[in-house]
Design a protein around this ligand. Structure first.
Ligand code: HEC
Ligand code: HEC
Length: 186
């Protein structure tokens, strides 16, 4: 049991002993939740998941600030999306755009999103997550042969090639496996 969890149990115990009606469950939740919020909010919009997850992993909106999503999610930009045509009908575009803007890095309190939002302040918003300073810094030591030269990765844009729990919004180091390089850490 970690220390904070222990004190939460203790606190909940004390409160109920003292006769105060307390929902221990929700108190525990309030204390423990901040630990979970390190990672990203998983995608929970089916249209976004389907349309934006067909060519690559459906990036969580919390990986980019709203300024970036505004640039990416309009008719013109989508018709020339990194060399591909990713156009959407007007209704679908609206749903996806609203969803991305409402959940952008600058709207989230999750730690990783906060770091991304902060890295973006006062600079031109990038179109790529891989150009966010915080994300670049986390990957700059990985040799090119393990990314571009790796047939099962191809580019840093394919997050889920290495981050085995990317779809859950989890990017923790412990969950990374680089294909064809089982000993990348050595
Ligand atoms: C037709 C295929 C296709 C569809 C559909 C598509 N994309 Fe992409 N997307 C690409 C390609 C190709 C790249 C560039 C990958 C690379 O550089 O290796 C890309 C890159 C991106 C990047 C930058 C990733 C980076 O390098 O940091 C973002 C963000 C992105 N797409 C968001 C979206 C969103 C949001 C949608 C849904 C509206 C979407 N994409 C739909 C093909 C697609
Ligand atoms: C070639 C494999 C690979 C790809 C592709 C990749 N990553 Fe990573 N990523 C890593 C490795 C390895 C680390 C751990 C670096 C270290 O030792 O701290 C990492 C670290 C991270 C971290 C920091 C984790 C932590 O706990 O500090 C984040 C956030 C992250 N990656 C996000 C992404 C996102 C978002 C994408 C896609 C746009 C991506 N990564 C693509 C290999 C990859």
């Amino acid at each position: 049991m970690n220390k904070r969890y222990k004190s939460a149990v203790l606190l909940a115990g004390l409160l109920s002993l003292s006769g105060i009606a307390v929902a221990e469950e929700s108190l525990l939740q309030a204390v423990v939740t901040p630990f979970r919020q390190k990672e990203l909010v998983p995608v929970d919009n089916k249209q976004y998941q389907d349309e934006c997850g067909s060519c690559h992993f459906a990036y969580q909106p919390g990986l980019l600030p709203s300024k970036s999503w505004e640039k990416l999610l309009n008719d013109k930009a989508l018709s020339e999306h990194f060399g591909e045509n990713a156009e959407l009908d007007a209704d679908t575009l609206k749903v996806i755009r609203d969803y991305a803007l409402a959940n952008a890095a600058d709207k989230s309190y999750h730690k990783r999103s906060r770091k991304i939002a902060i890295a973006m302040e006062n600079i031109e918003a990038p179109l790529r997550i891989t150009e966010v300073r915080y994300i670049k810094r986390k990957h700059h030591e990985i040799p090119d042969k393990m990314i571009k030269g790796n047939k099962d990765v191809k580019s840093l844009s394919y997050c889920d090639a290495c981050h085995t729990q990317a779809a859950k919004g989890v990017f923790d180091e412990d969950t990374v496996k680089i294909p064809n390089y089982p000993d990348w850490e050595d």
